[in-house]
Design a protein around this ligand. Structure first.
Ligand code: DQQ
Length: 468
């Protein structure tokens, strides 16, 4: 197995021990950020899920809180308190979540006892949203009477709306829209969107509708990837017209959830799955990390944009600039004074005369272990090559890749966050790839850059060591 304590991220949120999956109930309440998450306190594996809880004043330092929601011994959430969202019910902090019970997936509601959001009282009316017309054709499987879970709730002119993840038999994943006056009794409206099972699977988990000035984004998790559709949401018909589509991330980022904070930013967190085997997770004693918060926006032409919150800059310690560094074809340059396993790397190159180049992270002096972020500018792709990331065979060493679009002036910019076993890569603030790597050697801390077939000249190349 590969279970080195040095794989535990330094500045990404991880559970105190045991298992973490989806972010839930995200909110800034009373000035504080609250991160709830799917949590199994019994061990580093997905089983009887609770809601873990952590708070932060700055999105950077997190303090663990007691478990917020427990499954009841008997009742609509007896096998798990699954994913759900936060609802501000006229000042009463409220969550909608899915209860697991036998072969049922049952919408439930709970209200916080006070503004600390520590303790919650479940609604006696649970389970909710029980009557769905038969002709909707909700997907049934061997395990579940109906695939029907995860919640995104919002309000329009005093009326509540929510979408719940589901699938329509024979068609594909679906985000089903419901309406309510009181959050307790819900009436079915229509699918806000249905996918084609060949493209985005038979079932959609964790659907979320995000509203921006210039349009809306609906994203869904289809067991492997997070697909998004950008388009228009019409408040009079409650219909969504998708115009463009893409992937929120090209790596292991899954089941993301977002919220608008007091500064009006739409902040998104996603679960970064492990990519080492179950025995390694067991030996490590913990599993799953939360992504960094991403500030999401939509440009006028419907392109999704990511930015990293300024607060993350407080993690920066030593700074090294290599602006103007040139590397000749076939050469590589070791950046000898920037060793580390918790780094931020930001670079720009002029794409016009640039072929293939790369940034190598977590490299041993003899090159036995190394993770290569390879940019093929002509093919407009970034590949994370993990074939030598780890000597262990208990890990996934598959390459991952994402397409890139250049800025109008032909600049390619890359922004990397390395955090021990986590690597998040952003290209031109528009594409993202989060991945996991598990080096085994203590000296896999080197950084180098190389050029393959053309001179590569870095207009900017900044590297910071990041604090924990
Ligand atoms: N995980 C939860 C579900 C959700 C899935 C259960 C996505 O609510 O559909 O832990 O990871």
């Amino acid at each position: 197995t590969v279970a080195d304590p040095n794989h535990r991220p330094a500045y990404h949120f991880t559970p105190p021990a045991n298992w973490l999956n989806d972010p839930n109930g995200l909110v800034q309440w009373d000035g504080r950020y609250h991160l709830f998450y799917q949590y199994n306190p019994a061990g580093p594996f997905h089983d009887t899920i609770h809601w873990g809880h952590a708070v932060s004043d700055d999105l950077v330092s997190w303090t663990d809180e007691p478990i917020a929601l427990f499954p009841d011994q008997e009742g609509p959430d007896e096998t798990g308190v699954w994913s759900g969202c936060f609802v501000d019910d006229d000042g009463t902090p409220t969550v909608m979540y899915t209860g697991g019970a036998g072969k049922d997936q049952l919408p439930c509601l709970a209200r916080a006892d006070d503004d600390s959001l520590r303790e919650w009282t479940k609604a006696p009316e649970n389970p909710l949203v029980q009557s769905i017309p038969d002709d909707v054709g909700i997907l049934q499987t061997a395990d579940w009477d109906r695939e029907f879970r995860d919640h995104c709730v919002w309000r329009e002119d005093g009326t509540w709306y929510q979408i719940i993840g589901s699938g329509i038999d024979g068609e594909g994943g679906a985000a089903l829209l419901f309406e309510s006056e009181d959050l307790l009794e819900w009436e079915y409206r229509h699918p806000l969107l249905t996918g084609d099972w060949r493209a985005t699977g038979p079932m959609w988990e964790c659907p979320e509708l995000l509203r921006f000035e210039d349009g809306a984004i609906l994203h869904v998790s289809d067991y492997s990837k997070v697909a998004y559709f950008a388009g228009e949401y019409d408040e009079s018909t409650h219909r969504f017209e998708p115009e463009t589509e893409g992937l929120l991330d090209h790596g292991v980022f899954y089941a993301p959830q977002s919220f608008v904070d007091d500064d009006g930013r739409t902040l998104m967190f996603g679960w970064l799955k492990e990519d080492r085997d179950g025995a390694s997770q067991w030996d490590a004693g913990w599993s799953g990390a939360m992504s960094l918060p991403r500030v999401v926006s939509l440009t006028e032409d419907g392109t999704l944009q990511y930015a990293l919150p300024d607060e993350l800059q407080t993690l920066r310690t030593d700074h090294h600039s290599f602006a103007g560094l040139s590397v000749s074809p076939g050469d590589s340059t070791t950046l000898s004074d920037v060793e580390g396993d918790a780094l931020e790397v930001k670079l720009t190159v002029d794409a016009a005369n640039t072929g293939e180049f790369g940034v190598v992270l977590r490299e041993t002096p003899d090159g036995e272990e190394r993770t290569v972020v390879r940019c093929n500018v002509r093919r407009r792709s970034v590949v994370v090559d993990r074939s030598q990331s780890s000597k262990s065979d208990a890990v996934n060493d598959g390459a991952q890749s994402m397409p890139i679009t250049l800025d109008e002036d032909g600049t390619l910019s890359l922004h990397l966050y390395l955090d021990r076993s986590v690597l998040e890569v952003f290209a031109n603030d528009a594409q993202a790839l989060a991945t996991r790597i598990y080096p085994t050697r203590a000296d896999s801390t080197g950084v180098s850059v190389y050029a393959t077939d053309t001179d590569v000249s870095f207009e900017t190349l900044d590297i910071w060591h990041l604090d924990s």
